[in-house]
Design a binder for this molecule. Structure first.
Ligand SMILES: Nc1ncnc2c1ncn2[C@@H]1O[C@H](COP(=O)(O)OP(=O)(O)OP(=O)(O)O)[C@@H](O)[C@H]1O
Length: 808
């Protein structure tokens, strides 16, 4: 008996303690709400400790070592606390992220937001990398809160995300994926949303995202708090109207400042004619091996080529590259590697131009001129972040100088001209040419890079700065190591014709010359062709050029590739070794099949549906049922054609049949007997009837779906009310001197055991704390450490695992 009495007594004490704790929590919350109401917006706040903050946020901020507020934080957070719509503009690296994350946590906390309330805040980011970064900061400072938070950026199964989305309080996402969920995830409701945040707002509101963002906005309640942040803020009336902003507070930190860029940033430009850019970049990298540098290029293809080619030249510093076409896992690995590196060069497109906070970047090099001054500001903002120093250099072609400097001046960007020391300039042109000749893949990348660069110039709106006709394209192609400027299809008009003819004329220049014609005839007689002849025939035959012609001297040997002259003498030997790889005879059309004869039996292992032949000149061909013959013009192609899986592509998909009871095969959809069809009335009436029946069916389904949703909502509400009633009763009994067995912990997220909200008990007996797990600071007690600690995120898988943990 006695032990039971002790146990009963201690339980009573526990319950009383819990009730008191809850009461204290309620009182603190009421005080917090009052402090926020009384907040004087005119008094700037210096320290986070001076802000009316909840305990979990205060702890999260100090554990992340944030003590004093930056300007934008000091001017935006208090307005945001009061529920105002905000247009926040501040220089790059000035701490805009916390300026919206702290209000998210605090505003939801003061509203006692729980899982049952659904989505409370939505943060939109233009890129996945930025979304991940924002989510990580949220995890850090929100680690002591109980909100559930999720990252929705695509790159993984929609189904997996769908299951968890309905239980999120805070979401950080990219617009495309968000819209997909809003359209397709039945249990995902946003009608309770309190806050919408657009980071890099001007980018999100611009043309590229316009339709997606408008469609997202259609799903969101009009009554909400909306906050927009960017270093280059939009104030376009149209944009503000689209977002239904209500009397927004324009918080601009740098509007009155002398410059739009951080004062700790040194900015320079150098006039580098297009054909010298790569040499200049190489020279820069070679003389800054102990630096961390981001190099911006205008397209993913440019990035790939510059990365691949310079990597092969082994500059003595680690090189990385990042562009939007890479797989998400790889992208995350690269950002992590670059963040952690002390010295490295990252070649990137504008996918990293905005928002990314790589630590300690020394240099930003803009090898390709950005499309406008805003993009320039964001790019250079990857260095000189939060009071650190940094340097930026912009490479300008002489034709770009006037127009672009005007733009920069207009945007208050202070920039000075510098010259490259000629004794430091190294040329890689010859090496690149050599590499491109040896490696057709590299040459191919180079050609793609060339074309995409030209395209990027051609599509620019600012014709004062970007004029493709003023660019020395032939020399530029040579500087990339290419044997001539690839033909550019998108340049229309007379000019294009000229170029095309020029290119053709160059390619056939030797045959115009009598002596060369003689040699050519002799050459044809003996069928002796060099490796390079074959290489040029193999790919991009339209690319033959003056440059290539120059590279081949009268004897047909190579002279100008940087390779020793007698290397040319060995060319034929090498060519023999590589005969299969290089014996490409694309000029024989596949339709020339009747020239062919059956190949020998060694090829007979291939499927029955295909037969192999050789044409009169020995080129192998594969004949597939009912298809034009496919040419085997290289080893690679031959291998490809041996793969049955790959051959399926050429064979068509086959037809699906269904069998009736007698075993007769039928098409899945067969034409009905015409008489029977007519017997049922004329086609229009039948169509009408069909449409009507389908409309009724979908309407009925819609009604049923809505009923199910209503029922689920009703259940949720009832459970919530039941819980509140129970809490009220508990308090009553406390006041009456009794105690309650029902503990109350505000902002609790129910445990992860059950899948749907409707299955969960209104007050789970064992609660699972869901926190923004993060390695703890040393000063935390051990027990708490275990709650909030997690291993640092290194891969996408880690991040996903973490998100799953949060989403439970
Ligand atoms: N109050 C603060 N105290 C100390 N460091 C801070 C504070 N606020 C932000 N920082 C740091 O400053 C850096 C830049 O912050 P953040 O990424 O939020 O800048 P931003 O204004 O969003 O930049 P961008 O315009 O490039 O997106 C980060 O490393 C962040 O940790």
């Amino acid at each position: 008996m006695a032990p039971r009495a002790v146990k009963g007594k201690s339980k009573t004490h526990q319950d009383t303690g819990r009730v008191l704790k809850r009461k204290r929590g309620e009182d603190n919350l009421a005080t917090l709400v009052k402090q926020v109401e009384d907040l004087d917006l005119k008094i700037p706040i210096k320290n986070f400790s001076d802000l009316p903050l909840s305990e979990p946020t205060s702890k999260g901020l100090s554990a992340s070592h944030f003590k004093t507020l930056t300007d934008i934080q000091s001017r935006a957070i208090n307005h945001a606390f009061k529920g105002r719509d905000i247009l926040g503009a501040a220089k790059t690296g000035s701490g805009k992220t916390l300026a919206f994350l702290v209000p998210i946590l605090e505003n939801l906390y003061r509203k006692k937001w729980t899982e049952l309330d659904g989505l409370g805040a939505l943060v939109l980011s233009p890129t996945r990398e930025l979304a991940i970064q924002i989510f990580e900061v949220l995890r850090k400072i929100g680690r002591y809160h109980n909100f559930s938070a999720g990252l929705v950026i695509g790159g993984k199964s929609l189904r997996e995300e769908q299951d968890r989305l309905g239980r999120m309080n805070i979401l950080v996402c990219t617009p495309g994926r968000m819209l997909q969920h809003l359209d397709q995830t039945a249990m995902f409701e946003t009608n309770n949303l309190q806050m919408l945040i657009l980071d890099e707002a001007d980018r999100i509101m611009d043309m590229g995202f316009q339709k997606t963002v408008d469609a997202i906005l259609d799903h969101l309640p009009k009554q909400r708090q909306t906050m927009l942040f960017s270093a280059t803020q939009t104030k376009k009336v149209g944009d503000l109207a689209r977002l239904s902003l209500q009397d927004p507070e324009y918080v601009s930190v740098h509007e009155a400042a002398a410059s739009a860029t951080p004062s700790t940033l040194q900015q320079h430009y150098t006039i580098t004619p297009l054909p010298q850019k790569l040499d200049t970049l190489w020279s820069f990298i070679r003389s800054n091996l102990k630096s961390k540098t981001v190099v911006f290029l205008s397209s993913g293809k440019q990035v790939r080529y510059v990365y691949e080619s310079l990597r092969q030249l082994q500059p003595g510093i680690s090189l990385l590259h990042l562009h939007g076409r890479q797989k998400q896992g790889g992208r995350l690995d690269i950002t992590t590697k670059f963040s952690q590196a002390q010295h490295a060069v990252l070649f990137a497109t504008d996918v990293v131009a905005r928002g990314l906070d790589f630590p300690a970047v020394d240099w930003v090099i803009q090898m390709d001129c950005p499309e406008d001054a805003d993009t320039y500001i964001h790019r250079v903002g990857r260095t000189a972040r939060y009071e650190r120093v940094g340097r930026a250099v912009l490479f300008l072609d002489p034709s770009e100088e006037k127009g672009f400097l005007k733009q920069l001046e207009h945007k208050k960007v202070p920039i000075e001209k510098i010259n490259i020391k000629s004794n430091k300039q190294q040329s890689v042109k010859n090496q690149l040419q050599n590499m491109c000749f040896k490696d057709p893949e590299l040459k191919y990348l180079g050609q793609k890079a060339f074309i995409s660069y030209c395209k990027s110039i051609y599509v620019q709106k600012d014709k004062e700065t970007f004029n493709i006709k003023e660019l020395p394209l032939e020399e530029y192609a040579a500087s990339l190591g290419l044997p001539g400027a690839p033909r550019i299809k998108f340049i229309k008009g007379d000019d294009a014709k000229e170029r095309k003819n020029e290119s053709w004329r160059m390619a056939h220049m030797s045959s115009d010359d009598d002596s060369d014609t003689e040699k050519k005839d002799k050459k044809d007689e003996k069928e002796v062709r060099t490796r390079y002849d074959r290489m040029f025939e193999r790919r991009n035959q339209g690319v033959l050029s003056e440059h290539y012609s120059k590279l081949i001297d009268d004897e047909g040997t190579m002279v100008a590739t940087g390779a020793p002259k007698d290397a040319g003498a060995n060319v034929d030997d090498e060519a023999d070794e590589d005969a299969d790889f290089l014996s490409v005879k694309r000029r024989f059309a596949a339709g020339d099949a009747d020239l062919g004869e059956k190949s020998d039996s060694s090829d007979s292992e291939d499927s029955d549906a295909e037969t192999k032949t050789k044409d009169a000149r020995g080129v192998k061909m594969v004949h597939l049922d009912g298809q034009d013959p496919l040419l085997i013009d290289s080893k690679r192609r031959e291998k490809l054609l041996k793969s049955k899986k790959k051959l399926l592509k050429f064979k068509g998909k086959g037809t699906k049949l269904v069998y009736d009871d007698e075993g007769n095969a039928h098409e899945v959809y067969e034409m009905e007997d015409e008489d029977m069809f007519k017997a049922r009335g004329d086609a229009d009436t039948q169509r009408e009837k069909f449409l009507q029946a389908e409309t009724e069916r979908t309407q009925q389904a819609d009604i049923e779906d809505k009923e199910v949703m209503r029922e689920k909502r009703r259940e949720k509400k009832e459970k919530r009310k039941a819980r509140e009633r129970a809490e009220a009763e508990a308090e009553m009994s406390e006041e009456e001197g009794g105690f309650s067995h029902l503990p109350h912990v505000p902002f609790e997220i129910p445990g992860s055991d059950s899948d749907s909200a409707s299955e969960r008990e209104p007050r789970p007996s064992k609660k699972q704390r869901v926190s923004f797990a993060e390695p703890d600071s040393d000063d935390e007690p051990k027990s708490k450490k275990s709650q909030a600690s997690a291993k640092p995120i290194e891969t996408l898988a880690d991040l996903e695992a973490l998100a799953s943990g949060l989403l439970g």
